[in-house]
Design a protein. Structure first.
Length: 473
């Protein structure tokens, strides 16, 4: 995921003791409408709400139960689509299997959906979660024991570090095992045996696209990370193992047309409760707010806030905190943020009270220029943490502070016009890959986005298909 790759940079932005984002309450699950039991509230709090589409929930539940019945698995299993745009799937040892609508968008048929859920079922059946937890406890126990016997915390940390590296290798082995077990599940359910291969290839394309969007198309992304710190086997390793196994499997079902019909019209955006990224602009129709950053900024939205990264690696973190904040905001900044900001200014942004301050600079900070901007929004506050580094950091930080002055409230009429982008399945006859790419509502990498969405390497391969997936506003 993109946010995992940049979380270490985000640490530089977030001030210890500063505002922390307040999560929105999870939405009510719609799974019961789709013939599956409603997601228990405690599970929903942990993984997020189900996507409000009875049709897609029914599809995922049907395919999941087909895998369970086909392999005669004992126990109770529940399958849900999560309302998240990132491509992901995961499982809980208690029998819950989740796929995101972001992953559904990447897939081309029912067999690939079965492959994703078969892999996750493999983790459950092989008890990988319990094994990892037991191994983790063993690593920590060994580290503590080593520290006590040697009287040295350095020795304890060394033992912990070596143990965690072994645990990560162990985790990669579990991924390969889940592939192998999952392959058996999908073929016994009658699906094509190479579906897991095509799914992994799609995920590899998606990873490359994310690197391009981040400006980090590295050789590592192309070749796959084979370091001892990787928690998953490199895609090439998984593909070699799967091709050997899948070669002996008989052809099976795909149900491409039925699958594409099911996902046609599905949101490919964040939920409205999370707000939308539109180029270098962020709009939140539920909270009725918006702001613009410099055009070279890439914005990444998450449940906790919005991260912006500039071409020069400048950064921005935005979030809001509900609850009444009494008194003046410049006094609040002076009393609540530690270390206390300098050059605190009272101001107005978007016609409401705001305050701006700088992080104290010292020889040990090494963080460039950092500014904090707090704006009163309804009863609570919204805030920007800004970072600029490099030879042009002084001018750049002022540019970013000025950009926060674009923060504004949206009227109810304006908020009503902000809607999620949706996936559309369109015929390829009478058009071209270039024309389809030009229609995408993005300002950059349109052809790369189109090819990744359809799991092909070039426009010619896309045009050989009767239908193509695209995105419409």
């Amino acid at each position: 995921m993109v946010f995992q790759r940049i979380c270490s940079l985000l640490v530089l932005l977030v001030l210890a003791g500063a505002c922390t984002p307040e999560n929105n309450p999870p939405q009510t699950s719609v799974a019961a409408q789709a013939g599956a039991p409603a997601m228990p509230r405690e599970i929903e709090k942990e993984v997020g709400p189900a996507y409000a589409s009875p049709g897609l929930q029914a599809l995922v539940n049907r395919v999941g139960q087909k895998l369970v019945v086909g392999s005669g698995l004992s126990g109770s299993y529940r399958f849900y689509v999560l309302d998240q745009p990132v491509a992901n799937a995961h499982a809980m040892s208690s029998g819950y299997v989740f796929v995101t609508r972001g992953l559904l968008a990447l897939m081309d048929d029912e067999a690939e959906l079965a492959a994703a859920m078969g892999h996750e079922l493999g983790h459950i059946v092989q008890k990988h979660a319990a094994q990892r937890e037991q191994a983790r406890r063993g690593v920590l126990d060994s580290a503590v024991d080593a520290a006590l016997k040697s009287g040295s915390m350095t020795v304890g940390r060394s033992v912990a570090r070596e143990g965690l590296m072994r645990l990560r290798r162990y985790s990669r082995d579990q991924e390969l095992e889940a592939d192998q077990v999952g392959l058996g599940y999908i073929t016994r359910a009658g699906y094509r045996g190479d579906a897991m291969i095509s799914l992994i290839e799609k995920l590899r394309r998606q990873a490359r696209l994310e690197d391009e969007l981040m400006g980090e198309a590295s050789a590592t992304a192309e070749a796959g990370d084979r370091s001892a710190l990787s928690t998953h086997p490199a895609p090439d390793d998984r593909l070699v193992a799967l091709r050997t196994l899948a070669a002996s499997q008989a052809p099976g079902d795909s149900n491409r047309s039925g699958y594409l019909k099911a996902i046609d019209g599905m949101s490919v955006d964040d939920a409205p409760e999370e707000g939308f990224v539109r180029g270098s602009t962020f709009l939140h129709p539920t909270m009725q707010l918006a702001f613009d950053l410099p055009r070279d900024f890439k914005l990444f939205n998450d449940h906790d806030g919005v991260i912006g990264i500039g071409r020069d690696r400048s950064m921005m973190y935005f979030s809001c905190k509900s609850g009444r904040v009494p008194g003046r905001l410049d006094d609040w900044m002076r009393n609540q943020l530690k270390p206390t900001p300098t050059d605190i200014q009272e101001t107005q942004i978007g016609g409401v009270e705001a305050a701006i301050g700088a992080r104290p600079r010292g020889p040990d900070t090494g963080l460039g220029q950092i500014r904090y901007v707090i704006i009163r929004h309804n009863e609570g506050i919204c805030y920007f943490n800004l970072l600029a580094d490099g030879p042009d950091k002084d001018r750049r930080i002022e540019t970013l502070v000025n950009a926060t002055r674009s923060f504004r409230n949206l009227s109810m009429a304006e908020a009503a016009t902000v809607r999620p982008y949706r996936l559309q399945v369109v015929p390829t006859a009478g058009t071209s890959a270039a024309a389809l790419a030009a229609r995408l509502p993005y300002g950059d990498f349109r052809m790369d986005r189109l090819l990744t969405l359809n799991g092909v390497d070039d426009g010619a391969a896309l045009m050989r298909r009767p239908e193509a997936k695209t995105v419409e506003p």
